[in-house]
Design a protein around this ligand. Structure first.
Ligand SMILES: *Cc1c(COP(=O)(O)O)cnc(C)c1O
Length: 317
């Protein structure tokens, strides 16, 4: 082998010129707060929400301050209360059980298979223990989403999807985040689009959307949204929903819009590299790749393999 990779697997790329231009425009006019718009101006954040809703085929979209904020907002908006239990897969990242803890609920952990996805047998066995599932598509691996939704629908479990690693992915052609009641995405630097910090929330449920918008800190300005339910839906919601400010701002939204337009070609670039690395790792003794199911359109922004039956010490080395 003569070729040696000397680049960085993890360092973020520069932002595209279109994002830099869009950011400069916002900086030049100074209207960074999402509701600070001039007569007739729609605002970058509202436009971002409208575009992302269209991109994933959702009725409603809300842009927020982080992926973790989107998750906690989703739990509140679907009605998780203090003391409730929330099913969640055990292979995850701290902000996921953290979101559950932040609303005073407690996690019921569900096992994970060697495909690194939620163990659906274990989920079925625990389905009577909670009314909610926070499903984290950890490292971009999608489980059999049709089977998962069958289990959850049959048990009356409301599903929230953590799509921090699956923005741009799909299961049987359905965009990740669109099977559950709510899909949550992260836009921070280590994810698929980069605004430093940021999150997106999508749903088809008008009341859930209205509650999330009020929670995020819309005050009485929800009519300035372009991917929100009709004002009537807010009539009761606005008097019952606390404000827990966590809005997206126009600078981040401006940076994100061109990146979302490029997402498809970025995914193609990442997957090309993924497949090269995967081919290089295939058939290495002792190393087990995670095979990608036919129904899964994945985003190969990271790669996982298993070292089954290795000692912890050897794994570390
Ligand atoms: C990054 C991440 C989040 C939360 O995103 P933040 O924007 O950092 O709050 C949630 N779940 C997973 C699996 C993540 O990797």
């Amino acid at each position: 082998m003569s070729e040696k990779f000397t680049g960085s697997f993890t360092q973020q790329e520069a932002l595209p010129d279109a994002a830099i231009e869009a950011a400069l425009q916002v900086l030049r006019h100074g209207r960074l707060h999402r509701y600070n718009v001039t007569e007739g101006e729609l605002g970058e954040t509202a436009l971002l929400e409208q575009e992302f809703a269209a991109q994933v085929g959702a009725k409603y979209c809300l842009a927020v301050a982080s992926g973790g904020y989107a998750l906690a907002t989703a739990l509140r908006a679907v009605g998780v209360k203090h003391g409730d239990k929330v099913l969640t897969n055990a292979f995850t990242l701290a902000p996921v059980p953290g979101a559950i803890a932040s609303v005073g609920a407690s996690p019921v952990f569900v096992g994970v298979t060697e495909d690194l996805t939620i163990d659906l047998e274990d989920l079925a066995a625990k389905a009577d223990q909670a009314d909610f599932l926070m499903l984290s598509h950890m490292r971009g691996h999608l489980c059999d989403m049709d089977r998962l939704m069958q289990i959850c629908d049959a048990a009356g479990i409301v599903v929230i999807e953590d799509c921090a690693h699956t923005m741009g992915a799909a299961w049987n052609g359905v965009a990740s985040g669109r099977q559950g009641a709510v899909g949550c995405y992260s836009c921070q630097t280590y994810k698929h689009v980069n605004s430093g910090e940021g999150g997106l929330f999508v749903t088809d449920d008008a009341e859930v959307a209205a509650r999330a918008i009020m929670l995020s800190g819309s005050y009485m300005l929800y009519e300035r949204h372009l991917a929100a339910p009709a004002p009537e839906v807010f009539e009761t919601v606005k008097y019952e929903t606390p404000n827990i400010s966590g809005r997206m701002d126009n600078l981040r939204a401006a940076i994100l819009r061109p990146q979302l337009r490029d997402l498809k070609s970025q995914v193609a670039r990442w997957n090309e590299r993924y497949q090269v690395i995967e081919a290089g790792l295939r058939d290495l003794p002792g190393l087990t790749l995670v095979e990608r199911p036919e129904a899964e359109s994945y985003v190969g922004s990271s790669i996982q393999f298993l070292l089954l039956d290795w000692s912890a010490q050897t794994c570390r080395r």
